[in-house]
Design a protein around this ligand. Structure first.
Ligand SMILES: [Zn+2]
Length: 190
């Protein structure tokens, strides 16, 4: 829905009331995840509330990391960095990659996306300068063909990472973004 006023103002107004009414009291917890759990999931808006409800995750239960597609893009990028901090600093024992059906990153057409950039004022020469500097923007933005395969790949890259200890259980599941139903892709317990 389009919003005419300032979204930030709207949020700040609500926030003042939230704090005033002590609505936060229901959410007080600690920074160590109660269930010793890390969840890597997608930023899809359908999962915002559905995922924790469908997995019985309450405030304080898990570290939740999100990006577009629940993918580990780089072995030394921010996703692995966050997982490592969760393991060593916050005593996480299980990592669950939660992909989902109908993900916006499956079959994402990066050609179309780059065209949209150009329409929004990004000059063609920026794209080509980056390309010559070794950054293929289209490749970088490219999603995946199969969500199941992408989940398996993310699980593998976490599992085989040289800085992730072998006693950590790495699982992969796929969620129905409508019902919240989970299907197991990789069971790290076995
Ligand atoms: Zn998604």
């Amino acid at each position: 829905m389009d919003y005419k006023g300032s979204r930030l103002d709207e949020i700040l107004k609500y926030n003042a009331q939230f704090v005033d009414e002590k609505a936060y009291e229901a959410y007080i917890t600690t920074k160590n995840p109660e269930k010793k759990l890390v969840i890597l999931s997608c930023m899809d808006t359908r999962l915002t509330e559905l995922l924790p409800k469908a997995m019985n995750i309450k405030n304080g239960d898990a570290k939740i990391i999100k990006n577009a597609g629940a993918t580990v893009m780089h072995p030394f990028g921010s996703i692995i960095r966050s997982i490592i901090v969760a393991i060593y600093e916050f005593e996480a024992k299980d990592v669950i990659v939660v992909g989902h059906h109908c993900c916006g990153m499956s079959n994402l057409d990066s050609d179309v996306l780059v065209e949209k950039m150009k329409q929004r004022g990004i000059e063609e020469n920026i794209i080509s300068t980056l390309y010559h500097a070794g950054i293929d923007v289209k490749k970088w933005l490219h999603g995946f063909e199969s969500v199941e395969e992408a989940i398996k790949e993310s699980v593998e890259s976490i599992k085989n990472h040289p800085l992730i200890p072998k006693d950590i259980r790495i699982h992969g599941v796929i969620m129905d973004p409508y019902t919240g139903k989970l299907d197991v892709i990789v069971n790290g317990d076995h």
